[in-house]
Design a protein around this ligand. Structure first.
Ligand code: SF4
Length: 489
């Protein structure tokens, strides 16, 4: 059979699902669009990889100038090895129609040590398979491999001054697993090459593999037969139960057998959907509304995360608050407060000072999902103990607007089982929508702010800041409107 070349990523795709591999190779037009959020994840991986090279400085980069010219890279790697170079980045190897690029290859005491860098905080089964494939290719390329390790981010690291690479990264040898996986890799490669030699994609039904270990980019194509609201959307329903329902061909909510194990909230959700009824527990809602003071701040934070802590006192991936919006209701009048940090500086202390200043009027502070905002403020107290009493006072005034929806005191079918504000808002206030905004979700706001320091055009910066402010402002205005609906009950 005429063989097609596999790369490390297509191998991993094939391990996840052979149909995904086939579609990727022959029907890539069926793939879902790559979201900006996913792009940001790829970029994080690349940046971490480049930083980890400094663990073994002064290496030579063997990656191809043009990514279609792999073979030049394999030759160049071999040339560097022959010339006695002892640290090679992106070392390229190819054996039996499968190729790989090893992040860092280091010669110690005459033998080679390979390092595969990952931006996550632990070694997963998929990373071991990934390293096993690399080991298989290198071993068969006749280079003497003494060890192969996964270098990942250590989430116990706390930045204090310059980044300490030896503490930020943690290296774990996986040579034993890679050796044990030799036959698995060999047989899997045979299977995948066979799959790619077929005239049509293999028949594979949807399953857990569509989301694990990665969300497949053909879900839009393969999941077409699943209605927009199905058994997969029932809030907090165990995955095992969902797949067991699916495998028994119960897909629509109305078909769920009555003996299915469901919580009270799930029963409410299903009944409400089937009968298209609203659940409005007036007494509970009245108690909630009456528990609020007449002056209320509606507050929302935006945060971003970074694999490499950009400032002192931060751990990898710790949330960094950079923006808030607050609508203050006072006897029928509404004032708006907002803060958006300068991306070139540490935003945290400026955030704290502005927040303390803006929250100085009387009244409760309403947030949506109190655990998030309270968690961020407690972290800020640890970093800036001098603001402890003011921040603790803000925490003490916080109340959670999510409660009536989480407890299903107010539930309408349009919420589709969710109590996230992104579902509650269109269900309660359909006239308010995020659709017309350039930044229309929290993940996009985070990645936009995190990359803002790379933008040099002043007009562009102004435009982006405006979009960020608009987005966060709508979040708290939505809270005002949601509370209005609850009051009207
Ligand atoms: S969506 Fe699921 S079944 Fe379809 S290709 Fe992807 S993993 Fe395979």
């Amino acid at each position: 059979m005429a063989r097609k070349y596999l790369s490390k990523s297509t191998f991993i795709k094939g391990v996840q699902c052979e149909k995904a591999l086939y579609l990727h190779r022959f029907n890539s037009e069926l793939a879902d669009e790559i979201s900006q959020q996913k792009e940001a994840v790829f970029q994080t991986g690349t940046n971490v990889g480049i930083l980890a090279q400094e663990l073994f400085p002064e290496g030579i980069d063997a990656s191809p100038k043009d990514y279609t010219k792999y073979f030049e890279s394999f030759k160049y790697t071999q040339q560097l090895i022959n010339e006695g170079v002892e640290v090679i980045y992106e070392a390229g190897f190819c054996f039996d129609y499968v190729m790989c690029f090893v992040d860092i290859l280091v010669k110690k005491d005459g033998r080679w040590h390979a390092y595969e860098v990952k931006s996550s905080t632990k070694v997963s089964e998929t990373y071991i398979i990934d390293a096993s494939l690399q080991y298989y290719i290198m071993k068969n390329s006749a280079i003497d491999i003494a060890d192969i390790s996964i270098v990942h981010i250590d989430n116990n690291y706390v930045r204090n001054g310059e980044i300490d690479l030896n503490q930020l990264f943690h290296s774990v040898s996986v040579i034993n697993q890679a050796q044990n996986n030799n036959d698995y890799v060999k047989n899997k490669l045979l299977d995948l090459h066979t799959t790619l030699s077929k005239d049509s994609a293999p028949i594979v039904d949807i399953g857990k593999h569509c989301s694990y270990p990665y969300t497949c980019n053909f879900k839009g194509y393969c999941w077409k037969h699943i209605p927009q609201y199905s058994i997969f959307d029932i809030s907090r329903l165990n995955k095992k139960i969902k797949w067991s329902l699916y495998n028994s061909r119960y897909i629509e909510i109305k078909d769920i057998p009555i003996d299915t194990k469901l919580s009270d909230n799930q029963k409410i959700e299903i009944d409400s959907y089937i009968n298209q009824t609203e659940i409005i527990q007036k007494i509970k809602i009245r108690e909630f509304v009456n528990s609020l003071s007449s002056n209320i701040y509606h507050l929302d934070f935006e945060t971003y995360q970074s694999a490499v802590p950009p400032f002192n006192g931060l751990k990898p991936y710790q949330q960094i608050p950079f923006q808030y919006s607050a609508h203050y209701e006072n006897n029928g009048t509404i004032e708006h407060y907002e803060f958006l940090a300068d991306p070139s500086n540490d935003p945290r202390e400026a955030f704290v000072k502005a927040l303390i200043n803006d929250m100085k009027k009387d009244g409760d502070i309403l947030v949506y999902n109190i655990g998030f905002e309270r968690g961020r403020l407690n972290e800020l107290i640890r970093i800036f103990p001098k603001y402890q009493s003011q921040l603790e006072s803000i925490i003490g005034r916080m109340k959670d607007l999510m409660i009536p929806f989480k407890e299903k005191w107010y539930y309408v079918p349009a919420m589709k089982g969710s109590y996230s504000i992104k579902y509650v808002l269109p269900a309660l206030v359909p006239s308010l929508s995020y659709d017309d905004l350039d930044i229309n979700n929290g993940s996009l706001a985070s990645s936009t702010f995190a990359n803002l320091h790379n933008v040099s055009d002043l007009d562009q910066i102004k435009k982006i800041r405006k979009h960020l402010l608009e987005y966060c402002k709508l979040d708290t205005f939505a809270m005002v409107k949601i509370l209005e609906v609850l009051r009207s009950v």
